[in-house]
Write a protein that binds this ligand. Structure first.
Ligand code: IVH
Length: 673
């Protein structure tokens, strides 16, 4: 292909992929299979790799992220980002209606009603039909530029469509809410609990944490979504509803659950409908937003100091029921963390029967001053497991005894420990406590880890109960005959398990490192550590400081990894797994291909953001040219490779230590010599 042909193909693929994205994520009506979509995307990725000069900021490949932002740039809002007044009752809503009717006396007032999405507010500017900048609310006057992260949202158009009667203005802003669908939220929390991290309290917190992550490729994995609900730009619309219609035609994800009402009683009906129906939505809403539909009426009504007079929100009361606490039981997780669980008199709440509620930890029980037999209020947030929000003390019997937190593990009887700075109690008897043994083995065999077919949680439970396995290493001693003695397995299913175990011996090192279950080491971190150190022995022998030189590894993770390999029992397991011939070195094709030795013997520290490469790319290049990556400037550092927005502290430190600071261009020159 000539360069012109390549460019034409890239443009064609980009526009095809954009329109399929829109069909899939906004209209929920795809016309090609996921496989065919991936084929097109892969072709584009390959072409952009071969012709990096044709890799544009609005390419659909940019949705997978990759940009690292250490500090987000503050941006002033062109239109201040205000909040809304809240109402909680029909009376307050009538007062709102009355206030409006006192000002708008000679015309009918229509109300545009919308869901109040429970997420993070965002303002996104478009220039010449292309996404330009996405900014958080911040303090309402200034927010953070989180464009790289927002670009990972698949339903958000990079290019606008020209389908509407109204052409999109050369520059305008849309505002909306970034949300985390409940399903994704639950998946993320499961993963966090699995590696011993505290779960997010609700989808909103999770969305807020996600939009501020430094690595946009991590954001991409979290499948955020975004609904747009406001237009700010040249005056081309008469009503809010017509602006939303045009936005929808330009390609924005505008919720179809909106309704224009002709009276406040119609508004009330809409509210009542969604108060019930909200539980069937795949995301959380916390109320309804009511806006005067006509823009000239909005103008007439104006603003108070904090919020518009033409709009208000109606907040739903969290649905809550009272029921009796029957018993508190305690669960032991894979990491030994103890979770108290309230067992309740079954009660119907928000569409399901609730029998259990999480009590989180000992502090929570103390805070509620929980007594056995208490009548408790149960509420459901975004999470699957409901929570107890209070106790009806008036119904407490005089003889009720307070809930006493256990002091010994309910499974193995060993003394529980609460480490400094941790909310949870722990059972430290890792090697003998059954749920910990089972949990570790289940984590090891899971699809994301060693992917051993046939060793699901029930089978693992059975094998542990029958004393056939006690640790992840024992899996590799299992014999077909041993399995066949158990009722559950015939020859074929036993053979399947043995085959699955054999196959797992070729699972790459990165996954093995994740599978062995080091606290705080999820699959991404495991990959980064494996690539940095290349062999298990290098990891075992690394100091905490050296561990922190790996990308994504901070103090907490480094401590956890270091401690893990100081335990004799863990080292023994690794030795057994080595003897079983698992992969404990990075495969050759995962190793960086050497491109030269220009940086041999040098240590470079990369900081800030760059024009032509992401930080990860630069770190990769440093290794490919024989150099080493350092995480902080020290005496050992040869160069500080500093991009835009690199904090002053690193540069000052470099100056003080006599470390030379170089730019992206200097670096490119060094490696091209
Ligand atoms: S309109 C002048 N519409 O709720 C304010 N806001 O408490 C215009 N929100 O900051 C906001 N869904 O973050 C509007 N359909 C919706 C909304 C919505 C959620 C959030 C938004 C806003 C906050 C107001």
């Amino acid at each position: 292909m000539t360069r012109e042909e390549v460019l034409a193909r890239i443009n064609y693929l980009s526009s095809e992929l954009e329109s399929h994205n829109y069909r899939y994520y906004v209209e929920a009506a795809p016309i090609i299979s996921d496989f065919d979509f991936d084929q097109l995307l892969n072709e584009l990725i390959q072409l952009e790799k071969q012709f990096p000069e044709f890799c544009f900021p609005h390419s659909p490949t940019q949705r997978v992220g990759g940009q690292i932002t250490k500090e987000f740039t503050a941006v002033e809002h062109k239109y201040p980002m205000l909040s809304l007044g809240n109402t909680y009752s029909e009376e307050e809503l009538l007062e709102f209606d009355n206030r409006i009717k006192k000002i708008i006396t000679n015309e009918q007032v229509q109300y545009a009603c919308e869901l109040k999405f429970d997420g993070v507010a965002i303002g996104i500017t478009y220039r010449d039909g292309k996404i330009f900048q996405a900014v958080t609310r911040g303090d309402g006057l200034k927010g953070d530029d989180i464009t790289a992260n927002i670009k990972t949202i698949k339903s958000l158009p990079f290019h606008l469509q020209n389908k509407s009667d109204v052409a999109y203005p050369a520059e305008f802003e849309v505002r909306g809410e970034v949300i985390m669908p409940r399903k994704v939220f639950n998946r993320i929390n499961e993963e966090r609990v699995d590696i011993g991290e505290a779960p997010f309290a609700n989808p909103r917190n999770c969305a807020a944490g996600t939009v501020k992550m430094q690595d946009s490729s991590e954001v991409a994995k979290r499948s955020l979504d975004c609904f747009l609900y406001a237009y700010y730009g040249p005056n081309v619309f008469n009503t809010h509803e017509s602006s939303l219609n045009a936005m929808s035609e330009w390609g924005f994800n505008v919720s179809n659950h909106r309704m224009v009402c002709n009276s406040i009683s119609e508004v009330m009906e809409y509210i009542h409908h969604w108060d019930k129906a909200r539980h069937d939505l795949p995301f959380d809403i916390d109320g309804i937003v009511i806006k005067v539909n006509n823009f000239s009426q909005q103008e007439e009504l104006g603003f108070t100091a904090k919020s518009p007079r033409w709009a208000i929100s109606y907040k739903f009361k969290a649905e809550s029921v009272a029921t009796q606490l029957l018993e508190v039981t305690y669960q032991v997780g894979r990491t030994g963390a103890i979770t108290p669980v309230a067992n309740l008199q079954p009660v119907f709440l928000a569409g399901t029967t609730v029998k259990r509620a999480s009590l989180h930890n000992a502090d929570q029980i103390a805070k509620l001053d929980l007594h056995l037999g208490d009548f408790v209020f149960v509420e459901k947030g975004g999470e699957i497991i409901p929570k107890i929000t209070g106790v009806d003390i008036s119904k407490r019997s005089e003889t009720a005894t307070p809930v006493r937190y256990i002091t010994q593990c309910p499974e193995c009887g060993s003394e529980l420990v609460r480490k400094e700075g941790e909310a949870q109690h722990y059972c430290l008897n890792e090697e003998q406590c059954k749920p910990q043994i089972k949990g570790k083995i289940e984590h090891f065999t899971a699809r994301k880890a060693m992917n051993i077919d046939g060793l699901g949680s029930e089978t693992v439970d059975l094998l542990v109960e029958k004393n056939l396995i006690q640790s992840i290493a024992d899996i590799y001693d299992l014999k077909k005959e041993q399995l066949m003695i158990l009722d559950r397995f015939g020859e074929k299913s036993a053979q399947n398990i043995i085959d699955g175990i054999e196959k797992s011996k070729s699972i790459p090192f990165e996954k093995v490192l994740f599978a062995i279950g080091i606290r705080y080491v999820g699959d991404t971190v495991a990959k980064k550590i494996a690539r940095h150190f290349k062999t298990i022995d290098a990891i075992i022998n690394a100091s905490e400081e050296e561990l922190m030189n790996a990308p994504e590894v901070g103090e907490i993770i480094a401590k956890s990894v270091y401690q893990f390999f100081r335990k004799t029992s863990n080292i023994e397991i690794i030795e057994k797994l080595k003897a079983a011939q698992l992969q404990f070195e990075l495969a050759h094709d995962a190793l960086p291909v050497s491109l030269g030795n220009q940086l041999e013997g040098m240590t470079l520290v990369v900081t800030g953001t760059f024009e032509r490469h992401s930080r990860d790319e630069l770190k990769g290049l440093i290794e490919q040219y024989g150099g080493k990556n350092g995480s902080s400037v020290s005496k050992k550092t040869n160069y500080l490779l500093a991009g835009a927005d690199s904090g002053p502290s690193k540069i000052e430190k470099a100056a003080a230590m006599g470390v030379k600071v170089i730019s992206e261009a200097d670096f490119e020159q060094m490696i091209s010599k």
